[in-house]
Design a protein. Structure first.
Ligand code: ZN
Length: 175
């Protein structure tokens, strides 16, 4: 993928001079002081929440990027959070649900374009057990939430790469 970040950063965070040159997709070097600036991957969580009928909780995105397309609950892990804590927080914020238990499922490398900056993201996917689904209320950056039979979900309705990959994986497993 073309890297739009290469022209975004030119001032060195080390010496402040406008001598930052991209090395490749993930780092920049300062020609003045030898500082190396890395664009490291950010961690994010994705929640797979099934109801007692084994239907999957799917959401619709309220905001850009990929506004109005289908999505899965989750979001970026904040500094000093574990992936589990971050995902529990996001599920509470987006859906008002309390996650009782998490089981690691898989991870997906992703690129996330926010306005002009392309972020590298590592999405960590967990199966989240929620004992009480009655408080379910879409909020935050989620406009709609519903349960769907995995076999009937069209992965192409998911606007972002990672949830689409996860849905494809679930469909394959279900066969
Ligand atoms: Zn410098």
């Amino acid at each position: 993928m073309k890297n739009p970040n290469t022209k975004l950063f030119s001032f060195c965070p080390g010496c402040g001079k406008e001598r930052l040159i991209p090395d490749g997709i993930k780092s920049f070097s300062c020609r003045a002081c030898d500082f190396k600036f890395y664009l490291n991957t950010a961690a994010a969580g994705i929640a797979l929440i099934f109801n007692p009928d084994r239907k999957l909780l799917v959401t619709r995105r309220k905001n850009e990027p990929a506004r109005d397309t289908l999505d899965l609950p989750g979001g970026f892990i904040e500094p000093d959070e574990t992936a589990e804590q971050g995902l529990i927080r996001e599920v509470k914020e987006e859906l008002n649900l309390d996650v009782d238990d998490l089981t690691y499922f898989c991870s997906v490398p992703n690129r996330y374009l926010y306005r002009t900056v392309l972020y590298s993201v590592t999405d960590l996917v967990f199966i989240c057990r929620v004992a009480d689904l009655t408080p379910l209320t879409p909020a935050d950056d989620v406009s709609q939430a519903f349960f769907a039979d995995v076999a009937t979900i069209d992965p192409n309705e998911f606007g972002l790469h990672s949830p689409r990959v996860v849905i494809e994986k679930l469909i394959k497993q279900n066969r």
